[in-house]
Design a protein around this ligand. Structure first.
Ligand code: DX5
Ligand code: ZN
Length: 222
């Protein structure tokens, strides 16, 4: 199933509640919450207390993307703050297996992310436990960067592997997704699309969301 996960990194932080409600009305299937610690990536965004506050304004599941050095330390906080999916990076300092187990124990769905320079093989040993794999299509840290088409090889590889093993895992792409690149990613086998600047910056967000879904559905190869 095709899902759009608007990245609140590009929203007006002073009007977050309204921005979330607006994206829900536009038909977002997930809400992408970018958490940055100024250490794992050179930018700082928000933590669990903010996540908890905004949770009450929407019923759209929270897709929390942890770009932090020690995700294991904060899994419980984010689960309590309403995270439905917790995605962390293979490149973080936390033990991957322990972090996945902790996410499951706390009642959320675990997802693993890889940065552009990381081989997708890094997620393979954990696939059976995961609900989603995130292939970054920009260097994490900032919105508004250009889509890296060379990451599609990873998407194809992980789609093949998931099909071979018959696993019900989503493949998410994050970074530079717009009306053109969404078709490229869907054709490679991605089915969850994060979009920050293209969606929040659109003149008509509902129309853009509908176009994204139409294009992704048309191009998707599962
Ligand atoms: C980047 C974040 C993304 C970002 C995407 O590190 O993980 O979620 O918000 O923004 P766009 O869609 O503008 O590339
Ligand atoms: Zn993200």
């Amino acid at each position: 199933m095709i899902k759009i996960s608007p990245s609140i990194l590009s929203c007006d932080y002073g009007r977050m509640a309204d921005e979330l409600k607006g994206m829900e009305q536009c038909g977002a299937e997930l809400m992408h919450i970018d958490v940055m610690d100024g250490h794992f990536v050179p930018n700082i965004t928000l933590g669990a207390p903010v996540c908890k506050c905004i949770k009450k304004y929407t019923s759209v599941p929270f897709d929390v993307h942890l770009m932090i050095s020690e995700p294991l330390k904060y899994v419980e906080d984010f689960c309590k703050a309403g995270a439905d999916i917790i995605c962390f990076h293979t490149e973080s300092e936390s033990d991957i297996e322990k972090t996945i187990d902790k996410i499951i124990e706390c009642g959320a769905k675990p997802a693993l992310a890889v940065k552009p320079k990381t081989d997708i093989d890094a997620v393979l040993p954990y696939l059976e436990k995961l609900s989603m794999v995130l292939v970054m299509t920009v260097e994490p840290g900032f919105g508004g960067q250009s889509f890296m088409a060379d990451q599609m090889e990873k998407v194809r590889k992980i789609r093949d592997e998931i099909n071979k093993r018959g696993l019900p895992i989503d493949i998410e792409v994050d970074g530079g997704i717009n009306g053109e690149t969404i078709s490229i990613a869907a054709a490679a086998g991605a089915n969850v699309f994060v979009s920050g600047s293209a969606l929040f910056g659109a003149k008509d967000r509902k129309k853009t969301m509908d176009e994204f879904k139409e294009k992704a559905n048309k191009a998707f190869v599962g």
